[in-house]
Design a protein around this ligand. Sequence first.
Ligand SMILES: [Fe+2]
Length: 271
Amino acid sequence: MTWLVAGGGVILALVAYFLGRHQAGRAKVYQVLASLRGRLTENLAPVLRSTPVDVELSKRFERESLIHVEAFLDEQSLEEMRAEALSVADRAERTFIPLHKKGGTISYERIHYCAPRCLAFYHSKLVQNWVSAVVGEQIGPTADHDQSSLSLLVYSQAGDHINWHYDHNFYKGRHFTVLLSLVNRGRQGGASSSQFCRRTPQGDEVVSTVENNLVVFEGARCLHRATSASDGDLRIQLSMTFGTTPKIGLFKEFIRRIKDTAFYGLRVLWD
Ligand SMILES: [Fe+2]
């Protein structure tokens, strides 16, 4: 029995040692990404068409916790970001969770290496100030190790969707989700059959995500979903989270990682 307890202790110590080493390695990776970011995004900042923020828009956000605007980017910026999204779409990690979601995702870390214009959009002060004006608080990017801080959501197969959910807030401050629609096409032309919906006291409402639409919402307050794509559809959304602080408590960090397994698999538990 003593040998069994001692053996268990040794195994636990080894697991803790290797996890600690792995975590230190990952911390180094995120430090390197952060140090490279300025160079990767140099001269790639987007040009916005939708500026400055209309006072009515921020009042609407205060009332409804969600707004959307059309034609957010100027045409050239949209074309460049769309081309980038199309060129990397087939590298998306596919996940399927019965009754919850199916689709492809390109994580924040991978975006650093393959989608610099999308990275530049997320880190653009112009974009951050625009979102801050809408939500009424100064916001910034969320944690570097949070793979959902910035991701490309790719619906390219029939049945790709995500069911009703809230974007739970794991951060110490407020937390906002921003979606920029880069590609939204059906086989017969027009938009894909996958629609972004939110639930309101008056009933379910479709929020347009035609190309170049930007949606800003407080996901912890808005129940939302994306309905199923059909065969031949292609829908690519740049999904961003911004917060009033990038800090997360230890327990909530653990829960956040469990949530992210739905998008990136089990590796996010230790990455
Ligand atoms: Fe969501």
